[in-house]
Design a protein around this ligand. Structure first.
Ligand code: M6R
Length: 615
């Protein structure tokens, strides 16, 4: 989580760093800080608890000149969000400044060693231990800063992306990474550093993705140099072209990124499907599967691993693959999978799903799967992120940068790609008939129009949200393909409005949660006209007979539900397997409007971060 940005060039670095931090705030926003090295070599550090705007207030009185600087926005892992715990952290002498993403696992051992040698600590962070340890290495080894960083990193256990500057040297910045991303932007006479490409967009489109166990030296007067941390041997690197545009990062006239991202879904789903369905609609073409035909033909089982919203998409993926490919499928939370001693071999395919491509638990799960010989397929949004670079093959969802912490367009993109993947595997294995492929493929192609139509219900949902703004609890119920949709609807409400919500399979309700139902407990029931519609009607009746209010999501033209439910929201009819995509739209809107009514910061909900790069 946390965000790093660094700059060295001929411009004042402060403004560039602040702008970069603001773009990175989605990664964490407990505190922020900046370290600037001025032309005379003096080092100036400003830090503040809270959002980047607080940092700007704090830095106002200080000298913010200097064409070299590093900055950080934090999501606390070690120590509370305070000014003192904010990055950058300084070494004992105050001469070395460092920003860090990740966690240093053996920091308490290192801290003890440093304490025994007279070092004192101001913060509770593992990061301060690292910067002090670097200084300790420099002193005990009598080496320069580059060598001291390398020596320190050789002894560090854990995950890190770091950027380091030092007093007295306005010409050099050092960076390194292990299991935490770091990108170098190569401009004309200037260099940028960031934990992902968002702060770099608009300055340069040339980027280098630092690889694990690499350390980079960025010097004003010489070309960028990258070395292996272990061997100190030079490491080769490619300069990639960045495809993200500035426009994609801005709110485009919406009040929030989340609302923009909800309304973008017709376009994002078009991008997601583009080029993946043959013009006549008879075939799905996914190069990631076509290039690995033997693996998919011989596979005996598929396991889907993911976290959060991506895990909900995985649950839908399971049904899709079961229905279209008739093969065994399992779904695991990535965090449970990695510690569950999974039984895997080369006949297994593990599909990892992640918007950011940087989720630590998901990364660790795929590493384990590969070690055990499974073929790992990644479904990801962020191009060039760690997950696509550590999988055997995969498919991008191509929905563009998702900035709002609550995932919306990435979820519908993931379900869309999972549908394509299931169709492609089903075709390859010869178990899905051509008519079914055509039916689903046509509906996917029409999805942009279907979602545009669905979004017209926004004013209706906004009005409905006012009735429920002050509810304390919600139940979300669904069956079949829409049980995961219910889980996702509940998660959306929880994370941005802080209202307790539970998602449940509708038929399970009678085995316990029904005890909770009374006038104070509204239920949102996803009840499109599908194969389970008749079954879910009886679940709605069970809620109504306990005086619970029911909001039903129904297919257009379903008037029967009007007599039973308190409120009905109509969605367009689509094939049953695609109902989660359409039904999730009113759920996203309901959560959004309730959170706005409550005055919450929907793009940056408390305690959360967009990319969870810690265990
Ligand atoms: O980037 P990922 O898809 O791997 O992230 C997984 C979860 O952290 C993420 O989906 C989280 O649950 C979102 N805040 C949901 O809106």
């Amino acid at each position: 989580m946390c965000g790093i940005v660094g700059y060295m060039g001929s411009e004042r670095s402060y403004e560039i760093l602040i702008q970069g931090l603001k773009r990175l705030e989605y990664r964490g926003y407990d505190s922020a800080g900046v370290a600037l090295v001025r032309a005379d070599g003096s080092l100036e550090v400003h830090k503040a608890r809270g959002k980047v705007s607080n940092l700007e207030q704090v830095a106002k009185g200080g000298d913010t000149s200097g064409c070299l600087g590093i900055a950080h926005t934090r999501w606390a892992t070690h120590g509370e969000p305070t000014d003192t715990n904010a990055h950058p952290h300084l070494s004992q002498s105050g001469k070395i400044a460092l920003v860090h993403n990740g966690t240093i696992e053996n920091y308490s051992v290192l801290k003890q060693l440093l304490t025994d040698n007279g070092y004192q600590f101001k913060s509770e962070t593992d990061t301060e231990v690292l910067v002090q340890f670097i200084e300790y290495m420099r002193e005990t080894h009598g080496c320069d800063l580059f060598e001291a960083i390398r020596e320190a990193l050789l002894r560090v256990e854990g995950a890190y992306a770091i950027a380091v500057v030092e007093q007295g040297n306005p010409n050099t910045m050092y960076v390194a990474r292990k299991s935490s991303p770091l990108v170098i932007g190569v401009g004309d006479g200037e260099t940028f550093v960031a934990s992902d490409a968002t702060p770099i967009v608009g300055f340069t489109d040339k980027v280098i993705y630092l690889k694990d166990n690499e350390i980079g030296i960025i010097n004003r007067n010489s070309p960028i140099e990258i070395r292996e941390i272990d061997s100190n041997e030079p490491s080769s690197f490619d300069v990639h072209k960045l495809k993200m545009s500035l426009e994609q990062l801005e709110k485009g006239g919406y009040d929030t990124f989340m609302l923009k991202e909800i309304f973008e879904q017709p376009a994002t789903l078009r991008d997601c499907v583009r080029g993946r369905i043959a013009d006549d609609g008879s075939r799905v073409v996914l190069s990631g599967i076509d290039m690995n035909r033997e693996r998919f033909l011989n596979a005996e089982r598929i396991t889907l691993v993911a976290c959060g919203t991506s895990w909900h998409a995985a649950l839908i993926g399971k049904r899709l693959i079961q229905d279209f490919c008739r093969m065994p499928v399992e779904v695991e939370y990535a965090s449970e999978f990695r510690y569950g001693n999974p039984v895997l071999n080369e006949k297994d395919i593990v599909i990892s799903i992640s918007q950011s491509g940087e989720t630590a638990d998901t990364l660790a799960a795929i590493e384990l799967a590969r070690e055990k010989g499974a073929f790992v397929y990644g479904i990801c949004n962020v191009v060039g992120a760690s997950i696509p670079r550590n999988t055997d093959s995969g498919t991008y969802i191509h929905v563009g940068p998702e900035i709002g912490v609550a995932s919306t367009k990435a979820f519908t993109g993931q379900v869309t790609v999972l549908t394509l993947v299931a169709l492609a595997i089903g075709q390859l294995r010869g178990v899905i008939n051509a008519d079914r492929v055509r039916e689903v493929a046509r509906a996917l192609k029409e999805m942009p129009e279907t979602i545009s139509e669905t979004l017209k219900i926004a004013p209706e949902v906004e009005a409905l949200s006012r009735i429920f703004t002050y509810a304390h609890n919600f139940l979300y119920l669904g069956r079949g393909y829409n049980y995961p949709t219910a889980l996702e609807g509940a998660l959306k409400l929880k994370e941005i409005s802080y209202i307790h919500a539970e998602g449940y399979p509708a038929a399970e309700m009678k085995h316990g949660p029904i005890a909770l139902i009374d006038r104070e407990m509204p239920s949102v029931i996803i009840a499109p006209s599908d194969s389970l519609y008749d079954k879910i009607i009886s679940n709605v009746q069970q809620v109504k007979s306990r005086e619970g209010a029911v909001v039903a999501i129904v297919s257009k033209g379903n008037t029967a539900m009007n007599d039973i439910a308190d409120y009905c929201i109509e969605i367009p009819e689509v094939p049953e397997c695609l109902t989660p995509i359409v039904a999730s739209i009113p759920l996203q809107l309901l959560a959004y409007y309730i959170a706005v009514n409550k005055g919450k910061d929907v793009d940056r909900p408390r305690n959360l971060a967009k990319s969870v790069t810690v265990e």
